[in-house]
Design a binder for this molecule. Structure first.
Ligand SMILES: NC(=O)c1ccc[n+]([C@@H]2O[C@H](COP(=O)([O-])OP(=O)(O)OC[C@H]3O[C@@H](n4cnc5c(N)ncnc54)[C@H](OP(=O)(O)O)[C@@H]3O)[C@@H](O)[C@H]2O)c1
Length: 263
C-alpha cells in the first residue's frame, strides 16, 4: 500500500550518489518532501554529525550510502558504524520505516569483505526495532567499468563465466522508491535486470562498446572482489522484480550522452 505523500518527509542518506540522486529526483516528482543527506550537506553517518537535525520530522529513511573505500576493514567499519548510528538516531527521531539498498546474493559470498559488510548491515537492521525494507539489487550496468578495472591485469580482464543479471541504476532507483513509498516489508525484495548474460561476456560487450582494448578471459577461478563465484551467486534466488531497461538500449543511450557531452 502506498503511504499518504503530502507533508511526508523522506531523508535519503547518500542522496548525492549514483542511486541516491535518482531516488531524490523521483520521490520529489511524486510530491514527497525529500532531503538529500551526505557529508557534502553536513550529514555524516560514520561520525553521527548532523543526523539528529536532518531526521527531525522524518517518516522514512532511505539508506543508499556507500563506503568511500572497498578495503575489507574500512568497508566493514563503514557499514557497521554508519548503520548503528543511523538506526539509533532514527529511533530517537521516531522514524517509522528504514529502507536500505543491498545486493542480490550478498549472504552467499562470505569470502568477500564487501559482501560480509553488507550482510552485517542487513543483520543490524533486521535485529533493530524499526520496521524495515531491504531491497537487494543485482549489479548496476554503470558498475561494469569498475568491475573490469578490479579484474584487470595488464591488458587482460579475468572473470568467471557465471550467470549475471545486471540492471540500470535508474531501475534500481525506481525499486528503492517503490519500497520507500510502500509499507515496511520487514523482509527482503530482490530486483534484477530483464536479461541474463554470462558475466565475462557482459563485461566484454561493455568494453567493446567503449572501444576499450582490454581482452576479457573466462576463468572459473577468477575472483570477484576477493571471492570465487558459483553459477548462481549473482542472480536472484527466486522471483525478483525485473527492471525495464535492456543493456543494448542503455549502451546506445550512454554512447549518445557521451557524444553530446563532447560536442
Ligand atoms: N554497485 C552495484 O552494482 C551495487 C549493486 C547492488 C547494491 N549496491 C549498493 O548500492 C548502494 C549505493 O551505491 P552507489 O553506487 O549509488 O553509491 P555512490 O554513488 O558511491 O554514492 C555513495 C553516497 O554515499 C555517501 N556517503 C559516503 N560516506 C558517507 C558518510 N560517512 N555519511 C553519509 N553518507 C556518506 C556519498 O556522499 P558524498 O557525495 O557527500 O561523498 C554518496 O552520496 C551501496 O550501498 C551499494 O552497496 C551496489
Amino acid at each position: 500500500m502506498t503511504q499518504e505523500r503530502s507533508g511526508m518527509k523522506i531523508v535519503v542518506i547518500g542522496g548525492t550518489g549514483l542511486i541516491g540522486s535518482k531516488v531524490v529526483t523521483k520521490l520529489g516528482e511524486r510530491g514527497y518532501e525529500v532531503v538529500a543527506a551526505s557529508p557534502n550537506s553536513g550529514v555524516n553517518t560514520l561520525t553521527g554529525e548532523g543526523l539528529a537535525e536532518v531526521l527531525e520530522g522524518a517518516s522514512v529513511v532511505v539508506d543508499v550510502s556507500n563506503s568511500p573505500s572497498f578495503e575489507d576493514a574500512a568497508v566493514m567499519e563503514f557499514f557497521q558504524t554508519s548503520t548503528r548510528n543511523l538506526l539509533n538516531s532514527e529511533a530517537a527521531a521516531g522514524v517509522g520505516h528504514h529502507v536500505v539498498l543491498s545486493i542480490v546474493g550478498t549472504d552467499l559470498l562470505p569470502d568477500s569483505g564487501y559482501m560480509r559488510a553488507k550482510v552485517t548491515q542487513e543483520k543490524l537492521i533486521k535485529e533493530f526495532s524499526i520496521p524495515y525494507s531491504i531491497v537487494r539489487a543485482t549489479q548496476f550496468f554503470e558498475f561494469g567499468t569498475r568491475i573490469a578495472d578490479s579484474a584487470t591485469d595488464g591488458n587482460t580482464v579475468r572473470l568467471p563465466p557465471v550467470r549475471f543479471q545486471p540492471m540500470a541504476a535508474d531501475d534500481v532507483a525506481s525499486a528503492v522508491c517503490g519500497a520507500a513509498m510502500g509499507s515496511p516489508l520487514n523482509g527482503i525484495v530482490e530486483v534484477a535486470g530483464p536479461e541474463q548474460f554470462r558475466f565475462d561476456e557482459f563485461i566484454s560487450r561493455g568494453l567493446i562498446a567503449r572501444k576499450d582494448p582490454r581482452e576479457v578471459i573466462a576463468d572459473p577461478h577468477a575472483r570477484y572482489f576477493g571471492t570465487e563465484l558459483s553459477d548462481g551467486s549473482l542472480v536472484p534466488s527466486g522471483d525478483a522484480l525485473l527492471g525495464e531497461t535492456r543493456f543494448a538500449d542503455w549502451l546506445s543511450r550512454s554512447a549518445n550522452q557521451a557524444r553530446s557531452q563532447v560536442a
